[in-house]
Design a protein around this ligand. Sequence first.
Ligand code: NI
Length: 475
Amino acid sequence: MKTTRLHDKILIFMMIAGIALSLFFFIKGDGAKHQDHHIKGKNEKMEHTKYSGVDIITNTDDEETYRSAIHYPKFQGERLNREIGQYVKSTEQKFHEELGKGDQTFLKKRPAVFYLTFDIYPVMDHIYSIVFHEESYYGGANGNQRVKVFIVDVENDQFINQTEMIQNTEQAKEKLYHLLLNAFKQSKQYGPFLFEEELENKMKQDGAYANMYLTNQSFVFIFDKYEVTAGAAGTPEISLSYDQVKNILTEKWADRLSIIPDKPEDLTVPNGDRGNESPSNPPAEKPSSPPSKRVALTFDDGPHPQNTLKILNLLKKYEAKATFFMLGSRVDFYPDIAKKIAEEGNELGNHTWDHKDLTTLNSAEIRKEIRDTNEMIKKTTGREPTVFRPPYGAINDQVKRMVGMPVVLWTVDTLDWQSHDPHAMLQIVKKNVKDGSIILMHDIHESTAEAVEPVLKYLKDEGYTFVTVSELEQH
Ligand code: NI
């Protein structure tokens, strides 16, 4: 594939135009002081750009109560021009509606301002991302900033819908959310202002990709002011490289962008539930890594002063790692046990403060359950919990939105809390376990502690490797 080496922003041109325009306003503003010979009215001009098939239209309007400067691209194709024209018109209308509601006397003293500019990014031959930035100010206060993205194919006079670029699966969405979350967290500029649950919520919505654009090396997500961050972050832009998104692109777009995704069997598939591989893709040989089955043991409701210790010793003996979903209140009671769980390399999970059914709580209560537990685990072990499991597996959209960490349920329930029978537990495991299973147990029961050794031994003999739930998800 041929890509343009660097994206060139038309913004530079805009800045020059902007300076010229401000100067123009400035001079006229000064003139207005003297008398009423204010030159009013609309102005339009068109310029060519170095991008073939793309011109720029600039409209300026200077009136008593407002000033506006609008820049937009003009293409050869009718369809592109019509839709872009409609968008430009509708933003302008919105501005005028707001303006109509304002105090006209005040606006004559401090005219409102409306700017519409755009950046252009070549993606590949004939394909560009057009990113509009709207800004409006009324009476010097209350600015509005908005972003609108169009991806255009100038040769075929077509818009390209971003949804055709990303695979339409829950896994792809989840993966994308985590990529963005990590990128936000690593950003000094935006990270401190992020609302994780807003981001998660946003990425699940239908229009989640509407403000996504491509350059010739990355996918960029723009968020409106206040959308997923506090206002201080402005309008965040998060870039993900082609390499980062390669496994969640549709085949068509991976192909168009000449990106080679990992082989299907390397993709992250939760719960070991492997999808059907397409027949056209014969399984590739992986001579370096022998086939290995993996299983994640998980222990809930602890820590417990005796039983958790017994289990930790057994895990050590079998060189196994597990995941402990702890209650904040019990970590508070048994800090030394929690510390030992962490020190021995097990994964730390949040199981709420006191085992309430979160679907029955209001949002402030949910938040408190999760936050207090995270803080207690962090304070006690020095490590942040990385996963969350809701008590009773009870979860709804609201809880999911508020958790802000991966939610992990289970695929094999040993029913240990019911049977208190180590033999019955082993039978359940034998019958149900498969590659990728997540096994649920409770480290507060003595009978469970007794069952752990036979379970470990059985699984080891069957060729399973013991991993934490996050390792299982990572592949
Ligand atoms: Ni529980």
